[in-house]
Write a protein that binds this ligand. Structure first.
Ligand SMILES: Nc1ncnc2c1ncn2[C@@H]1O[C@H](COP(=O)(O)OP(=O)(O)OP(=O)(O)O)[C@@H](O)[C@H]1O
Length: 289
């Protein structure tokens, strides 16, 4: 594998007739990370994944994947992609499905794929059509990981799974990412499940990058202030990223460097969910203002 980052985008944009799906996107996805790709509906997450795979061509700017420009004639050999619609044939057995992976991928690792299936306790002889949603996802994951990618893109692949199956699949992803040095980009609307799983955040709102970087660094750079209802804000209004006010009190998301003394307010480190939701809400209130 090259020492180039999995993804480097510079001024990347995609314009459809209806308007910009992604605009001025300059960001780097570093290696060996589990990346949360989050944003409201229509934020441009799938578009960015399409640009990374090369299935979508950019209108502006550049994108490189492990140093190569995606050319649209098939995916980069080091990239695997899995969406909610799993590319599996119901009539095939699990073993036949893995054979397909073997034929389609020069870098295929049969024993690794078999090991992933067996760790998920899915019988190799079962027909895919008879498997549960969770089992099908594990087979699709084995198919994606079996090609030994350096970058695995997952576009809401867990949306149809129950919470226990989701947790099991996420656990496998994190384990494989850490053990095999794979960068995983995971798009999801369920912010709570990304907590403790993702170490890099890329937040898109309205087709633009709103926040990106190392999760710990971003969380350390922000504070949630909790105060009683009606208590005057201890920071300038312009510094408040998001404000939630209710009868029981108010919560403000602010940059850590914007606060001095805050009498009457308690301070908390935000969670990934607080941060992402705060920035999404903040951006939508800016649009509304
Ligand atoms: N092929 C296309 N033709 C025209 N517009 C498109 C096309 N694909 C996406 N768009 C538009 O681009 C914008 C971004 O869409 P995209 O699917 O990338 O968002 P998303 O963040 O993945 O959304 P969701 O969370 O709902 O899946 C949307 O306004 C969408 O309607």
């Amino acid at each position: 594998m090259t020492n180039q980052p999995p993804v480097l985008a510079d001024g990347l944009g995609k314009n459809y007739r209806r308007g910009w799906a992604l605009r001025d996107c300059s960001t780097e996805i570093p290696g060996n990370r589990v990346v949360a790709l989050v944003g409201p509906n229509g934020a441009g997450k799938s578009t960015l994944m399409g640009l990374i795979t090369g299935l979508t061509r950019p209108s502006t700017g550049t994108i490189s994947v492990f140093g190569d420009t995606p050319h649209g004639k098939g995916m980069h050999p080091a990239v695997a992609f899995l969406a909610q619609q799993k590319p599996l044939y119901a009539q095939f057995t699990v073993a036949e499905t893995l054979q397909l992976g073997k034929h389609a991928n020069p870098t295929w690792d049969q024993s690794y794929a078999e090991d992933l299936v067996s760790r998920a306790q899915v019988p190799m002889s079962a027909k895919v059509g008879t498997l549960s949603g969770g089992q099908r996802t594990r087979v699709a994951l084995a198919l994606a990981l079996g090609k030994r990618p350096g970058l695995l893109l997952l576009d809401e692949p867990l949306a149809d799974l129950d919470p226990i199956a989701r947790q099991a699949v996420l656990g496998t992803l994190v384990e494989e990412s850490r053990r095999e040095g794979i960068t995983v980009v995971l798009s999801s609307h369920v912010l709570a499940e990304l907590e403790g799983v993702c170490d890099h955040l890329l937040l898109l709102v309205g087709g633009r990058v709103r926040l990106s970087g190392d999760v710990d660094h971003l969380l350390n750079g922000h504070v949630v202030l909790a105060g009683p209802p009606g208590h005057p804000e201890p920071v300038p209004r312009a510094a408040v990223i998001d404000a939630q006010r209710g009868v029981n009190g108010q919560h403000l998301l602010v940059p850590a460097n914007a606060i001095g003394t805050t009498p009457g307010w308690r301070r908390f480190r935000p969670t990934l969910g607080h941060l992402a939701l705060g920035y999404m809400r903040g951006a939508s209130s800016e649009v509304a203002a």
